[in-house]
Write a protein that binds this ligand. Structure first.
Ligand code: ZN
Length: 66
């Protein structure tokens, strides 16, 4: 079981090592992408988190396939 100390120093968008200039992201592209993601979610705000439900239903489909 790998236990890396650098767990918190990874870009939350792509998982690469973050750079000081764009912390906590690894690059300007990831920073912009995260910003756009937040803006997109802010515009929609339909109520319950749709992404979470999609992932769960997708997982259930995979599980039933197995
Ligand atoms: Zn990144």
């Amino acid at each position: 079981m790998p236990n890396r100390k650098s767990k918190s120093s990874n870009c939350p968008v792509c998982g690469n090592v973050q750079t000081p200039d764009f912390r906590p992201f690894c690059s300007k592209g990831c920073r912009d992408r995260d910003l756009l993601k937040w803006l997109g979610e802010g515009y929609k705000v339909p109520g319950p988190p749709v992404h979470d439900m999609d992932e769960k239903s997708r997982k259930n489909e995979v599980d039933s396939d197995l």
